[in-house]
Structure formats: structure tokens, C-alpha cells
Design a protein around this ligand. Structure first.
Ligand code: BG6
Length: 329
């Protein structure tokens, strides 16, 4: 897992070898669709959630993400004017395959985003986009998640005929991801030893970064077995705030993007209850108890940068708690 976290800049570079025309054709299918439904599980579902925010903000196309195991309950709403985007790095996840079968039977157009070309999902799709980032051995997805985000970024900008510009922006991300890996690894290792006996973590973010809060929580759960919850920061006060007690780690993803001010206010709400605020941001604040500095990037690219320290935190927490991240339960 650590090897795959560290090779993300290289994985990203491989993912960017995509066919411009293919992306433009798929982008047009999405724009022409009566409705667009993503279906995925786990980490891939959080990548799809980033895609949802990007499609809305840049492509001005609304879509929704349906949990693959719930897809059957929505199948009656799927028709020939529906585009279903199935996201699965293995291309074999049964819940996703089942949902796609139902969608095909309803006449929908199937677009899949997979890391394994000869997978079941690829065989069932009208269009397949390959991550090309090399096999992912770790059960907990890391490099394939970053590659999925890059694919969504390319697909979104293809909607406004800017595939080339998007690819150039993503090429600039190699060094930014490498920077996010290098400048935090040791500090996160130390932080993990400080927090290893904590039993509840909350991850807060807004907008496009909310998907990363959820992904960060999933990583912690699946390899270090600590309860964690990703929350839309604005939702904290509607109940969950009651659970925030002194010393509880609250990880706040608050880059200086369009969500910055409100997210910082939500961190203050948690801090007023005694939370230990761990902030992922390009900008310092005395609200933070622990600052994980990330480089400044275009505001739609922060998800690709913010996820890196959360992968490392989950990895180091697992090791600090005496577990093997490569053999999760
Ligand atoms: C789960 C894994 O079983 O499947 C997650 O524990 C993964 O890490 C999820 O994200 C989805 O897998 P895939 O291959 O469909 O992306």
C-alpha cells in the first residue's frame, strides 16, 4: 500500500495517456443524456462523487451517485435516455455489475471507468475508459482513486472542449502530489502515534472536498479499524456535533477554495466543543491544532491533493496500532 501511495505521481502520468476524441465523444453522450447516474462502491464511489461536483460546476450537467448495492431500487427510473457511469477499478465488483445489467436491460448507455481492461464491466459497457495506472495490489484503493479523479477531470473539461488544457493542468499535478507526499509523511507518522488510541475520528469538508472527507474516513476504517465518519461540514450542527467531546480528532479539509470560509467556521464549532482540529489546507490558521500543509492548486484540483495526506494518515495509524495495511481484515 505504501508503495502504491508513493508511486501516485507516476500512476497519474500513465493515466493521462488518453484519447482526446474518445473523451470528447463520451462527454457529448453525457451532455446529451436525459439523466446521468454514477454507480460504484467504496473508494470508487467517492471518486464518482468528485465527478458529480465537477460535472455540475464545469459541465453544468446535473448527475447523481447511486450506491451500487442500492441501484436496483432506482432501476425503474432508468431508461434509454439514461447514461450510467460505472466506476470500478477491478471492473469485477458484483454490486456494480448487477446494477449495470439492470441498466442495460432498461436501454441505458453504459460508460465504465476501470483499471483492468479485460474485466466483466468493460465487456458490458458501450464505452470503457481505462485508468492505465498499472495493477493495484493493495486492497485499500489509493493510486487508482487519484487516477479516477484525473479521468473525471479530463472528462469534465472535454464537455467544454478543453481536454488539452485539462491534461496540461494535470501534468502540473505530478510535482504537487509528490510535494504533498514528501512534506507530510514524517509528521503524519508522529501524529499517528499521538492519536493511535483515539476511537472516533470525524472528517469534515464541503462541496467537492466532501468526497475526500468520506474517502479519508473509509481509508482509516478499512486498514486501522478505527471508527471514522466523513461529514458535509454544514451538517455537523444538525446532530453529530453532540458527539464532539474534548480531544476527539476532527480532520477538516479547508483549502482556500470556494468552501474555505464556511468550512473554517464549522471547524470553530467543533473546536468550541474541545475537538482536536487537524486541518488540511494551503493556508495556516490559529484555529488548527495540527496543520497538514498542502500546495496551492486550482480549486477544482484540491481533491487530488487533499486525499494524499489522508492516505498516509490511515497507513501510519494502522502501523501505529500494530496492524498490517497490506493484509486488512
Ligand atoms: C471494496 C474495497 O471491497 O470494494 C474498497 O474494500 C473498494 O477498497 C471497493 O474501493 C470498490 O472496488 P472497485 O474495484 O469496484 O473499485
Amino acid at each position: 500500500m505504501l508503495k502504491e501511495i508513493m508511486e501516485q505521481p507516476q500512476a497519474l502520468e500513465k493515466t493521462l495517456h488518453q484519447d482526446r476524441r474518445k473523451f470528447t465523444d463520451i462527454a457529448l453522450d453525457i451532455l446529451r443524456a436525459g439523466q446521468v447516474i454514477f454507480t460504484a462502491c467504496g473508494t470508487s464511489r467517492y471518486a464518482a462523487l468528485v465527478g458529480r461536483y465537477l460535472f455540475a460546476k464545469v459541465g453544468r450537467k446535473f448527475s447523481d451517485v447511486v450506491i451500487a448495492s442500492e441501484f436496483g431500487y432506482f432501476a425503474d427510473a432508468v431508461d434509454k435516455n439514461t447514461v450510467v457511469i460505472a466506476v470500478s477499478q477491478s471492473g469485477e465488483t458484483a454490486d456494480v455489475v448487477e446494477g449495470v445489467k439492470l441498466a442495460r436491460d432498461a436501454g441505458a448507455k453504459i460508460i465504465s471507468i476501470v483499471n483492468r481492461p479485460n474485466s466483466m464491466l468493460a465487456d458490458m459497457s458501450h464505452h470503457t475508459i481505462h485508468l492505465n495506472c498499472g495493477p493495484e495490489i493493495g486492497v485499500a484503493a489509493t493510486k487508482t482513486f487519484l487516477s479516477q479523479l484525473a479521468v473525471f477531470y479530463l472528462l469534465t473539461f472535454s464537455m467544454i472542449n478543453s481536454f488539452g488544457k485539462a491534461r496540461i493542468q494535470l501534468r502540473d499535478m505530478y510535482s504537487k502530489v509528490a510535494e504533498a507526499l514528501d512534506c507530510n509523511n514524517d509528521r503524519l507518522n508522529k501524529l499517528s502515534h499521538k492519536l493511535r488510541d483515539k476511537n472516533d475520528f470525524y472528517y469534515l469538508a464541503r462541496g467537492i472536498n466532501f468526497a475526500i472527507a468520506s474517502e479519508g474516513a473509509l481509508k482509516l476504517k478499512e486498514i486501522s479499524y478505527v471508527h471514522a465518519e466523513g461529514m458535509p461540514a454544514g451538517e455537523l450542527k444538525h446532530g453529530t456535533l453532540a458527539l464532539i467531546e474534548p480531544g476527539i480528532p476532527v480532520i477538516t479539509i479547508c483549502p482556500t477554495d470556494y468552501t474555505y470560509n464556511e468550512t473554517l467556521n464549522n471547524a470553530v464549532e467543533a473546536k468550541s466543543r474541545g475537538a482536536y482540529i487537524i486541518a488540511i489546507s494551503d493556508k495556516e490558521s490559529d484555529i488548527y491544532d495540527f496543520w497538514i500543509k498542502i500546495p496551492q492548486v486550482d480549486e477544482l484540483l484540491y481533491p487530488m491533493i487533499a486525499v494524499v495526506p489522508l492516505q498516509l494518515l490511515a497507513y501510519h495509524m494502522a502501523v501505529a496500532r500494530g496492524y498490517d495495511p497490506d493484509k486488512p481484515r
